[in-house]
Design a binder for this molecule. Structure first.
Ligand SMILES: *Cc1c(COP(=O)(O)O)cnc(C)c1O
Length: 369
C-alpha cells in the first residue's frame, strides 16, 4: 500500500497509465557490465581526440545556461560536411529522438508504420508510443527489403535501416529507389552504421522530398554517452520534425563535442571505421572456422545464428564477455531457420577484446552443446 493510502486520505481508485502502454516493453537489453562489452555497437576505441579535448576544455559556465535552441553551430558544421543547407538538418538527443519525432510528425495515429524485420528494436516501440500500428515485413533471403511487401501495407511511414541492426546487412540501392519512386508516404532510412559500409543514400535527398535519413554520433563517432543524433531531409519536413522535437534537445557539451568531431576528427573516425571493418572480417572468418554461418555484415558487429543464444550469452557473461542475444528473429536465411531465429550479435572493437569474446564463445558453445 502506498503512503497516501496508508494515511487514509484518498479513497479514489489508483492512477493508471494509458492502457496501450501495457503492450509497450521497457527497453532494457542489458545485464550487469562486463570486462568486455561487445553488446551495444558503440566505438570501443573510445572518443575521437579533438572532441575529447574540446570536452576537457569546456568551462563549467556553460552548464548554468540553456544550450542553443536548435544546435545551430552543429547543424552548420554538418551542412558543410554533407554539402546540404542547415535547414535540411534536425538534431536531437540521439537519433532515437529524431526517429521518434519524425514518426510523430508524419504518422497519423491509427496509420501503419511498415518496417523491415528483423531491425532496430526501438522502431515498433516508437510506432506504438505515437499511436501507429507497427507492421513488420521480413527481409528477403538475400537480406534486401521486400519492397512490394512493404508497399502493400499501405503505411504512412516506411522504416528501413542500412546497414541494418541486428543483421549488419545492407539493402540494395535498387530496392530503396523503387520504394522512393512508388511510395506515397515518408521513407525513413536509418544510417546509424553508414560510416562502416562507406555507402549512403544522402545523395538521393536532392531528388526525393519524402526521404529522411537518420544518423548518429553514437557509433562510428564514439560519442554515445553524449546522446547526439540528427536527421537529414527536405527543409519543409525538417521544419515539422523540429517543431515536434522541441527546443534544447542537444546539450551544450554534446553540441560542442559533436561539432568538433565533425570539423576535426574525420580522419580518426575513418581510420577507426577501417579498423572495425578489418577486425569484423577477421571475426567473421573465425566464426566460419567454428562451423557457424554469420550473416554478411557491413557494420561494426556480426550477427551469428547459434542455438539457444540466450543460454550461450549467459555462459559468455560468466566468462566476462557481454554480447547481445536474440531468441526469435525472423528466420530470413538458412542459418537462422536452422536455429529458429536464435542468434548472437557480437560487436567489433580492438582485436584483444574480440579474441577474448571468441574464446568465451568457444567455451560457451562447448558447455551448452
Ligand atoms: C544505435 C542505433 C541507433 C541510435 O542511436 P542513438 O544513440 O539514439 O543515436 C539508431 N538506429 C540504429 C539502427 C541503431 O543501431
Amino acid at each position: 500500500m502506498t503512503d497516501a493510502r496508508k494515511a487514509g486520505a484518498d479513497t479514489r481508485a489508483g492512477i493508471a497509465p494509458r492502457a496501450f502502454l501495457e503492450s509497450v516493453p521497457l527497453y532494457q537489453p542489458g545485464d550487469e557490465p562486463c570486462a568486455v562489452d561487445l553488446s551495444d555497437n558503440t566505438n570501443l576505441w573510445g572518443a575521437p581526440p579533438a572532441a575529447a579535448r574540446e570536452l576537457r576544455s569546456l568551462s563549467s559556465g556553460i552548464v548554468a545556461r540553456y544550450p542553443d535552441l536548435y544546435s545551430e553551430q552543429l547543424r552548420n558544421a554538418l551542412a558543410r560536411h554533407f554539402s546540404l543547407r542547415p535547414d535540411m538538418i534536425v538534431t536531437g538527443c540521439g537519433s532515437d529522438d529524431v526517429l521518434d519525432a519524425a514518426i510523430r510528425a508524419f504518422g497519423e495515429p491509427g496509420s501503419k508504420l511498415a518496417y523491415i524485420d528483423p531491425t532496430f528494436t526501438m522502431i515498433p516501440t516508437f510506432a506504438r508510443l505515437n499511436g501507429l500500428v507497427p507492421q513488420p515485413v521480413a527481409l528477403t533471403a538475400s537480406y534486401d527489403a521486400d519492397a512490394d511487401g512493404l508497399l502493400e501495407q499501405k503505411a504512412s511511414i516506411i522504416y528501413l535501416c542500412s546497414p541494418n541492426n541486428p543483421t549488419g546487412t545492407t539493402l540494395t540501392r535498387k530496392s530503396i529507389e523503387y520504394v522512393l519512386e512508388t511510395f506515397d508516404g515518408v521513407l525513413i532510412i536509418d544510417e546509424a552504421y553508414a560510416e562502416f559500409a562507406g555507402e549512403s543514400v544522402v545523395d538521393l535527398l536532392s531528388r526525393y522530398e519524402r526521404l529522411l535519413v537518420a544518423r548518429t554520433f553514437s557509433k562510428a563517432y564514439g560519442l554515445a554517452g553524449l546522446r547526439v543524433g540528427y536527421m537529414l531531409g527536405a527543409s519543409s519536413a525538417v521544419a515539422a520534425i523540429t517543431k515536434v522535437r522541441g527546443p534544447y534537445k542537444v546539450t551544450a557539451a554534446g553540441e560542442r563535442a559533436a561539432r568538433t568531431a565533425v570539423l576535426e576528427d574525420q580522419d580518426w573516425v575513418s581510420a577507426r571505421a577501417l579498423d572495425a571493418v578489418s577486425i569484423r572480417q577477421r571475426l567473421t572468418a573465425e566464426l566460419q572456422a567454428l562451423g557457424l554461418a554469420p550473416l554478411p555484415s557491413r557494420a561494426n558487429f556480426v550477427l551469428v545464428p547459434v542455438h539457444r543464444a540466450p543460454v550461450v550469452a549467459a555462459a559468455m557473461r560468466r566468462r566476462g564477455v557481454l554480447v547481445r542475444a536474440f531468441g526469435n528473429l525472423a528466420p530470413i536465411d538458412a542459418a537462422l531457420r536452422e536455429t529458429g531465429g536464435s542468434a548472437l550479435r557480437i560487436g567489433v572493437g580492438p582485436w584483444d577484446q574480440v579474441a577474448t569474446a571468441l574464446t568465451a564463445l568457444r567455451e560457451a558453445l562447448a558447455e551448452c552443446a
